[in-house]
Design a binder for this molecule. Sequence first.
Ligand code: INI
Length: 155
Amino acid sequence: MSKRVESSTDGSDLRIGIVVAKFNEFITDKLLEGAEGGLAECGVSADAITIASVPGSFEIPVVASKMASSGVYDAVICLGAVVKGDTDHYEFVAKEAANGIAQVALKYGVPVVFGVLTTHTVQHALDRAGGRKGNAGHSCALTAIETANLIRNLS
Ligand code: INI
């Protein structure tokens, strides 16, 4: 008979790390607000959350790696906003942030959630940071809790 492993959105005994980029802070502040709100809804207490600010999204993976490898956190949420400008810089920053975050999750077996917006315009980012398309920080919080609980239930 098959066995189904369930998850849950109960975060009351989970510890969560958040890495947030200061670049485009007027956007990432809103993502952080959404993430904190989502974690509170899941029952994560404020003292179970550690927030680390980094200069830009490019710096997210190294700090997420430090958190994920510490054994302290059940999940790490990464928040940033990479907005396309006139140069290719956007492409490199977005790609390295995405690849780095994925690598950290696989290396340490800890959910490292990708809440880095990559958009062509500031408006598109704002739409996803509490605007008309919701708040990616909030959905990342739920993803982090669900995935952490699933991993816990698997082991
Ligand atoms: N960092 C971002 O988080 N978003 C951006 O849109 C961005 N752009 O476009 O330049 C950005 N650049 C900074 C980068 O993340 C690093 O902090 C910097 O290159 C130093 O390593």
